[in-house]
Design a protein around this ligand. Structure first.
Ligand code: FES
Length: 336
């Protein structure tokens, strides 16, 4: 039988729950906390933390040897210990993308779900002993049989071994072609390199968070929003999802609507834009204007705005936002 205990991070003044069956590291990651770790099996020593109060219990043997000084200082390995009471610990969290090393991981395809003829949701699984350390909103390179392409992670770091990607059927993209011509299948091996990118949450901000995605730009936004949920950030969250009006709804419409039933402080708006996916060159200015017209400026101008859209839309839309009162320090943008 397992019991639930509270873990308090003394420096950050954050709390999370840990079952007496789980390691301190596992449950921290599941709660979205960007903890330092590497091997998850007691070999590297990267997940060291200091026990300030309470009792822990060793649940896994470890080869890494803590020095006498570290033991005297009540340091322990988070991946090899669980809790026997409420505890307080002292550790540094990853607070910027530069502190995360580029990792090379051999993953396997867990599932491929075709949402429609042009969009697939790919789920990869990492080995248990080599999960990907990343911050929500970052992206990675995926390679399969010589085809390599960079994709944003659509999942929250709290899902640990399970990584989700939204892949559009782009002709010049060999990796996407392998999905749509079905040569990439469940259990295929996919090499992953990353993470890269700086489109991450400003977790210290107390402003409302307003997310704007164009079509497949939703992948990065999903990672950020679900990460904000897992961190239980108190900020209100507003999400505007723009998509071509020729399609009946954005591709995961029901999923983003369902967030409304789980979180009170979340609002969602779809923006159907006149746009031809195959004759797109002239459309970007018009799309930017249509998105701008759908926004509530009284909310936009007091928010941290996260915008993920094609570079052309991004340029026109950010000009409109700045002309109408948004400070450039409030905008975090990612071109797709
Ligand atoms: S993550 Fe390597 S020892 Fe814990």
């Amino acid at each position: 039988m397992s019991n639930l205990f509270n873990i308090k991070l003394s420096v950050q003044n954050k709390n999370y729950e840990c079952s007496s069956n789980d390691s301190v590291l596992e449950s921290g990651l599941r709660h979205g906390l960007p903890m330092h770790y590497k091997c998850s099996n007691g070999t590297c020593g990267v997940c060291k933390a200091k026990l300030v109060s309470g009792t822990i219990k060793k649940i896994k043997h470890h080869d890494f040897v803590l020095s006498q000084n570290e033991l005297d200082d009540a340091e322990f390995l988070m991946c090899c210990n669980s809790v026997e009471s409420n505890i307080e610990i002292d550790l540094d969290l990853i607070d910027n993308v530069k502190s995360i090393a580029i990792q090379n991981i051999d993953t396997k395809v867990k599932s491929i779900h075709f949402i429609n003829k042009d969009m697939a949701m790919l789920t990869l699984r990492t080995p248990r002993s080599k999960t990907l350390q990343f911050m929500a909103g970052q992206d990675v390179e995926l390679s399969f049989k010589g085809g390599t392409y960079r994709y944003p992670l659509a999942s929250c770091p709290c899902y640990s071994m399970t990584l989700e990607f939204h892949i559009r059927n782009n002709k010049p993209d060999a990796f996407a072609q392998a999905i749509f011509n079905k040569s990439l299948k469940v259990k295929s091996k996919v090499a992953l390199k990353g993470p890269k990118g700086i489109f991450v949450l400003n977790e210290a901000s107390t402003l409302p968070m307003l997310f704007i995605a164009w079509d497949g730009g939703f992948a990065s936004i999903r990672s950020l929003v679900e990460h904000a949920f897992s961190l239980q950030m108190p900020n209100s969250i507003h999400f505007y999802w723009a998509y071509p009006a020729t399609e009946s709804a954005p591709y995961l419409y029901h999923h983003v609507k369902s967030w409304q039933t789980m979180i009170d402080r979340y609002t969602y708006h779809s923006i159907a834009c006149e746009f031809d996916r195959y004759q797109k060159n002239d459309c970007y200015k018009k799309v930017a204007k249509q998105i701008f017209n759908a926004l509530d400026l009284s909310i936009v101008n007091q928010s941290e705005v996260y915008l993920c859209a094609p570079a052309e839309v991004l340029i026109y839309l950010s000009e409109l936002l700045f002309e109408n009162g948004l400070d450039d320090s409030q905008l975090i943008a990612l071109p797709i």
